[in-house]
Design a protein around this ligand. Structure first.
Ligand SMILES: [Zn+2]
Ligand SMILES: [Zn+2]
Length: 374
């Protein structure tokens, strides 16, 4: 059980990147760990903002947190999965604190340390380049690599009759949008919803709002291609926030009232204000867009207080990955959650192109196919 795996990983050596492919070694799994042969890993906004050090994680580091692969080897104490199982990797959590135990592992008291600490909780790492440790365990996986180490807790066993290479983004971006609507906001049939930002997260929220039975679903974005996709996926209305006042549009569509729920996924404080101003009385705005640490936003306190509006932050769709990810896969298999429409595949060698296309908004959800060293 002691042999290492030879792998190829995308390493960020300095602030701003690029992702550089390197031959590395990955340690054998410890007793509670699982070694996964990666098939494909989605790329999410958080990979880019850590590469750019909006969140100051230690460098050099292997990122990637939407992994899908096949279990290669398991530690002695692992019972949840066995070699050959198909798995999706999600965020990790302690499993012991009050928040984990009450069904909210995305709000684990050790969330930051475990997902963004740059290594295991004891400070060690599993990936080395020529004997020198690289930071890893990003979201408990660092899956921009042909092999990745996770723990039993943050891998989800999935059915084998759906394409595994598609499933990684269910570990973060897609669950974030869908979970915000289904778990956190609790959108109900017959109600109204607006997504501010129609990237992968916003579009997943729109698909979920349709699943929940919302009858007015409004997409707000500045890119015509995204607005068109939003309408294909279930938006009943679409507004270009660059050429039209989104708040006025939403009021007009809802007979002057505003919508019951909004979701802000752009990370822009001005858009957040619009998402609050577009709410009906007793409406709720969910916030999932992450601006740089220290960003402040403003709104008229009376516009929050008098109509009884709420604003709440949402992490990872407040999901329990073992429960939520298989549900989304079943919905996908039934044709009711077609998140594959958001996806574009890239070979590992084009990981920087994938990042560029995603940042420009040309690609909604890049997935990197992992290629083994030759
Ligand atoms: Zn916890
Ligand atoms: Zn993510």
């Amino acid at each position: 059980m002691s042999e290492q795996a030879q792998a190829r990983a995308a390493v960020v050596w300095k602030k701003g990147g690029p992702f550089q492919l390197e031959d590395v070694t990955v340690e054998a799994p410890r007793a509670d760990e699982v070694l996964v042969r990666m098939v494909a890993t989605g790329m999410c906004h958080t990979d880019m903002i850590v590469r750019d050090q909006f969140y100051p994680l230690p460098l050099p580091i292997v990122l990637g947190h939407e992994g899908a692969g096949v279990v290669e080897r398991v530690g002695d104490r692992v019972t949840k999965v066995a070699p050959g199982d198909h798995v999706v990797m999600a965020f990790t959590f302690c499993g012991k604190c009050d928040l984990c135990q009450s069904g909210h592992p995305a709000y684990c008291r050790e969330f930051y340390a475990r997902n963004m600490g740059g290594g295991r909780m004891d400070g060690s790492t599993a990936i080395q380049k020529e004997g020198k440790p690289l930071h890893d365990h990003f979201f408990g996986q660092s899956s921009f690599s042909t092999f990745a180490i996770a723990t039993e807790r943050n891998i989800v066993k999935v059915r084998k009759d759906v394409p595994l290479e598609l499933l990684g983004p269910l570990g973060c971006g897609i669950s974030t949008g869908a979970g915000a609507v289904l778990n956190s906001l609790g959108v109900k049939a017959g109600r109204s919803f607006a997504a501010f930002g129609s990237g992968a997260v916003g579009l997943s929220a729109i698909m979920a709002a349709r699943l929940a039975g919302a009858t007015t679903i409004i997409a707000v974005d500045t890119k015509p291609n995204r607005l068109q996709m939003a309408q294909e996926l279930g938006a009943t209305h679409a507004v270009n926030g660059q050429t039209e006042d989104a708040v006025e549009f939403i009021k007009r569509v809802t007979g002057g009232r505003g919508v019951d729920y909004t979701l802000e996924s752009t990370g822009n404080p001005k858009v957040l204000r619009q998402a609050i101003d577009s709410l009906d009385i007793l409406g709720t705005c969910g916030v999932v867009g992450a601006p740089p640490v220290g960003t402040e936003a403003s709104f008229d306190v009376n516009d929050l207080m008098i109509p009884g509006r709420s604003v709440r932050g949402i992490v990872e769709g407040d999901s329990v990955p073992d429960i939520f990810i298989p549900q989304l896969i079943d919905l996908y298999a039934q044709g009711r959650f077609p998140f594959d429409k958001l996806v574009r595949f890239y070979p590992m060698e084009q990981i920087n192109q994938a990042a560029k296309d995603s940042e420009k908004g040309d690609t909604l959800k890049p997935i990197i196919r992992m290629t083994r060293p030759t």
